[in-house]
Design a protein around this ligand. Structure first.
Ligand SMILES: Nc1ncnc2c1ncn2[C@@H]1O[C@H](COP(=O)(O)OP(=O)(O)OP(=O)(O)O)[C@@H](O)[C@H]1O
Ligand SMILES: Nc1nc2c(c(=O)[nH]1)N=C(CO)CN2
Length: 176
């Protein structure tokens, strides 16, 4: 039997256009169905005020933990395919989107190429990413950046991240 090593990864998901919960749910199902990818744990859904470009609708955000035999670039191929199939248009930096999937962490990988930076460059400053991530991995420490609870404490948007709901689809993965 071939020994296939899996790597743990964490993704952030966001939506602020159309039926936001359906976009998140569909993306989760597609991720779970992607060859070589399995989801291990999903967070609740949080309603969050837009950061960066503030004159746009409020977001729903969540985070997932998964395992994969894919490389980081192959995982990005999958997340970008899911974004395209979810009707995502790449129109405006930080602008509204039906579905956005960002790779936050991928094992111990550190890289910064034109196509992919890991850890995600803005991970440590965004409460809309950190608070859902802390729900799936409360004891996470992000290299030199610090513990996830310290990062949340320092983040400017922590008071505008409000737990809203739990997706029916992810329920069975929540207690893992
Ligand atoms: N860790 C990563 N996860 C996802 N995309 C990444 C990552 N690192 C670099 N990218 C690149 O970033 C590009 C732009 O991504 P995207 O349009 O989702 O940005 P954004 O969501 O508007 O902004 P932000 O990156 O601040 O969340 C993608 O085409 C992708 O190649
Ligand atoms: N609250 C919130 N703000 C954002 C988000 C997001 O997902 N949630 N995504 C952005 C670009 O990735 C820019 N600003």
């Amino acid at each position: 039997m071939t020994d296939v090593t899996e790597t743990v990864f964490y993704l952030a998901l966001g939506s602020n256009q159309g039926d936001r919960e359906s976009h998140l749910e569909r993306a989760l199902m597609q991720l779970h169905a992607a060859p070589g990818v399995r989801l291990v744990k999903v967070s609740s859904v949080y309603e969050t005020a837009p950061v960066g470009k503030t004159d746009q609708p409020v977001f729903l955000n969540m985070a997932v933990k998964g395992c994969t035999v894919l490389s980081p670039e192959e995982l990005l191929d999958e997340t970008q395919r899911i974004e395209s199939e979810g009707g995502r248009m790449r129109e405006e930096l930080w602008g509204p989107r039906t579905i956005d999937l960002d790779i936050l962490l991928f094992g111990t990988e550190r890289k910064a190429t034109n196509r992919l930076s890991i850890p995600h460059p803005r991970l440590s400053e965004r409460a809309f990413v950190l608070i859902p991530l802390a729900e799936v991995e409360p004891d996470l420490t992000i290299d030199s950046l610090g513990s996830i609870s310290e990062l949340i404490e320092r983040s400017a948007d922590k008071d505008s991240v409000v737990k809203k709901s739990v997706l029916a689809w992810g329920e069975e993965l929540r207690g893992n």
